[in-house]
Design a binder for this molecule. Structure first.
Ligand SMILES: *Cc1c(COP(=O)(O)O)cnc(C)c1O
Length: 432
């Protein structure tokens, strides 16, 4: 019935998540409120982890892309699940380390890491730094040498695979700010430079072909291209690189008619392609890293809002305003991303209207969605927007000086506050 199996409706007609009544959660913690089901997150982790066991003899690692949702509690859950972690900034690195995440299981991404961030990564001993460009490669070589260290790196490659997603979140082609292009010879030149630098240990390659991808084919195509490049490197320099990181981007269910394939199926296809291509080219199979972000946390999360004014514009549309908006979910204004919503205190009733859900910011584009089926609603109702676990809290802002909402993890009917709601004092904390 719902986009996620962690959602249900109880006898009172209230939406539940992870066995918790959303009406009670809203009373206890206030709105807007992010709620995430921990068991759903752990199920997704297990699905990826077990797929590597099943299809690739365990010769791999799943690293959660923490930019999807980063806080200390999620880092601890990910660690308990035996996964590694991606960070893309000093802030995400700091968060992971504060949670006690072992640095050797971290991958540091980003197309413009600052010298300071690179120094921090070297000092704490981050497992892999994923190098994006020649400037960064040489800078890292110098910084590592000056600290008497060697940085383990992967090179970020653009395999040129078009993953048919929204243009803004497509990162695989040549025209991308991320990584080295294969076709132009840029990638091979970077390999040569990396092999020649002191302070640099080239461990492998990385690619990331896009996001919210529903097909297996683009991942398999990318895997084949990347194995080809690993073999080219072997032929040319006599070096077999051990690690192939194939990135994330696995699609999730935002709408009822979305049909993501089960997460464990990706590895089935990738493993077949990798084993075949390696045998053909006569190289050893590399360690495979997968980096799901959205598909670990996205469908596990919902956002609860209190409905305010309902504005019917005859013959045009009905605006239902909520006490949040682009400040807690900027994905509609950024990408016109679609969500499903429902009235959580009457979740058993049919959706008999179609509305535009508007946020509270002074910005006409501040919408959660347009043309959204919804139960007839009135001020004071509780609205739930579904599949908001990824790229919502992590993209939240204080626009209009709106304090960021709290985040609650639920587990078998028990809620646990993991991020406090911001207060006005937080908003002026750094003002001088
Ligand atoms: C964003 C990102 C991911 C995760 O992407 P999802 O679509 O959330 O799975 C993985 N790897 C890299 C390098 C990324 O930038």
């Amino acid at each position: 019935m719902f986009v996620s199996p962690c959602l249900d409706v109880n006898d009172q007609g209230h939406l539940t998540i992870g066995g918790c009544d959303t009406v009670e959660l809203a009373q206890q913690f206030g709105t807007p409120l992010y709620v995430m089901d921990e068991s759903e997150i752990r199920r997704a982790c297990a699905s990826y982890r077990e797929s590597i066991e099943r299809y690739y003899d365990g010769k791999g690692l799943v690293a959660y892309a923490s930019k999807a949702f980063s806080c200390k509690a999620i880092c601890r859950v990910i660690l308990e699940e035996g996964l590694g972690l991606d960070v893309v900034s000093g802030g995400e690195l700091y968060t992971a380390l504060s949670a006690g995440f072992p640095p050797e299981k971290l991958f540091f991404h980003g197309n413009n890491k600052t010298p300071q961030e690179l120094r921090e990564a070297l000092e704490c001993g981050v497992g892999y730094i994923v190098v994006d460009n020649v400037f960064e490669l040489e800078l890292l070589g110098e910084l590592a040498s000056s600290q008497g260290k060697t940085a383990n790196i992967l090179l970020r490659i653009k395999p040129g695979v078009d993953a048919h997603t929204h243009q803004f979140i497509r990162t695989g082609q040549i025209d991308s700010k991320f990584g080295f292009a294969l076709e132009t010879g840029e990638a091979m030149a970077a390999v040569e430079r990396a092999l020649s630098l002191t302070g640099i240990h080239l461990k492998g390659l990385h690619c990331h072909i896009g996001s919210q991808i529903f097909d297996r084919e683009p991942f398999e195509a990318a895997a084949e291209i990347m194995i080809g490049f690993l073999a080219d490197i072997h032929d040319r320099w006599g070096r077999e690189l051990e690690v192939l990181n194939l990135g994330g981007g696995f699609g999730i269910k935002y709408l009822s008619d979305h049909n993501p394939i089960p997460y464990d199926k990706y590895m089935e296809g990738i493993s077949r392609v990798v084993k075949q291509a390696c045998a053909q080219r006569g190289i050893a199979t590399p360690l495979i890293v997968m980096e799901p972000g959205r598909s670990i946390v996205g469908a596990a999360g919902i956002t609860l809002y209190t409905v305010g004014g309902v504005k019917e514009i005859p013959g045009i549309r009905t605006y239902v305003s909520v006490d949040g908006g682009m400040t807690d979910n900027p994905r509609y204004i950024l990408y016109q991303s679609e969500y499903e919503a429902l009235i959580a205190n009457r979740a058993d009733q049919p959706k008999d209207t179609v509305v535009t859900v508007a946020g509270r910011c002074c910005e006409s584009g501040d919408l959660i969605g347009e043309g959204m089926p919804l139960q007839r609603t009135q001020p004071g109702d509780l609205m739930a927007v579904l599949s908001t676990g990824a790229y919502n809290y992590s993209m939240a802002s204080n626009y209009n000086r709106v304090p960021r909402p709290a985040v609650v993890l639920v587990w078998n009917g028990t809620p646990r506050l993991v991020i406090r709601r911001e207060c006005y004092e937080d908003l002026v904390r750094n003002d001088l």
